[in-house]
Design a protein around this ligand. Structure first.
Ligand SMILES: C[S@@+](CC[C@H](N)C(=O)[O-])C[C@H]1O[C@@H](n2cnc3c(N)ncnc32)[C@H](O)[C@@H]1O
Length: 265
């Protein structure tokens, strides 16, 4: 992948994630699970990577941590600022890229990411950066979507209809424990995994589809690009609803995910 392709891809990501804010209502619940799983303590210096509207950052700040948070999307960082103000906590918010973190080496006791760093196109660069800013003995924790479960399959479906540029790593790889183990390598110890579930409320499959089409970066991008090809768009919609129907019960889509945690050596 050349520099031009990479820059264009990141610009596209920055734009397409900008409308994610309405989904903070569902990621708020998972933020508590990730913060609990990360075992952070009062006064720990914590970084939330791919923070979106700040749900993890604010949860950690409410637990007494000194929190910094970063996201590629300036629109989401603006939204996060409002959330920080409403929650009446302090969080150092910045627009930035997980592949080039604007923090010194060994700055944080904990680095967290909830469905965030998995979208960086170059996993090794992202994880090296997250480990670089983490103190030795510090904890790295992230939540990711497994490839064989619903959201991983959804991203696979989007990639089938709108293939990413060559060389871009598929985000759901980060939901595979073997991939996580391989990426963290011998730079960490005591790697453990857990599973949790996000319940996404939806009045019907059509409501679910409309919601993700207007908020989830890669889905939104495909729908925007397909306005001139309604047959293709319709085919995508049929497949999306068929997939979602397998996970739909009691007015919720049940979205299982993986949590990973390890200590930097
Ligand atoms: C699924 S959203 C999750 C947001 C938030 N963590 C939450 O749980 O609500 C993915 C987030 O990752 C961010 N993101 C994608 N690529 C990124 C990158 N290279 N660097 C930093 N953030 C990135 C997006 O802008 C978006 O806010």
């Amino acid at each position: 992948m050349n520099n031009e392709t990479l820059t264009a891809f990141k610009e596209m990501q920055k734009q397409s994630w900008g409308l994610f804010a309405p989904l903070e209502i569902v990621t708020t619940m998972c933020a508590a699970s990730l913060v609990n799983f990360s075992c952070i303590k009062k006064n720990d210096a914590v970084l939330d990577v791919g923070c979106g509207t700040g749900v993890v950052a604010i949860t950690a700040a409410r637990a007494g941590a000194k929190v910094s948070a970063l996201d590629l999307s300036p629109t989401l960082i603006e939204h996060a600022r409002k959330n920080v103000s409403i929650a009446n906590v302090a969080v150092d918010l910045r627009v930035g890229d997980v592949e080039s973190l604007p923090y010194p080496d060994n700055a944080f006791d904990a680095v967290l990411s909830q469905f965030g760093h998995m979208f960086a196109p170059r996993p090794q660069i992202a994880i090296q950066e997250m480990l670089r800013v983490l103190k030795p003995g510090g904890i790295i924790t992230f939540s990711t979507w497994p490839p064989d479960l619903f959201v991983g399959k959804l991203f696979h479906l989007v990639a089938k209809f709108l293939p990413p540029p060559e060389g871009i790593s598929p985000p759901p790889l980060w939901g595979n424990p073997n991939f996580v183990r391989e990426q963290l390598g011998n730079k960490v110890q005591d790697l453990i995994f857990d599973q949790s579930m996000m319940k996404f409320p939806a009045l019907s499959l059509g409501h679910y589809r409309q919601s993700v089409e207007s908020t989830v970066g890669p889905v939104l991008k495909f729908v925007q690009e397909s306005q001139h090809d309604l047959i293709r768009l319709n085919q995508f919609r049929v497949e999306l609803e068929a997939l979602a129907s397998q996970y739909y019960a009691d007015n919720h889509i049940h979205q299982h995910y993986l949590m990973s945690r390890a200590y930097k050596i």
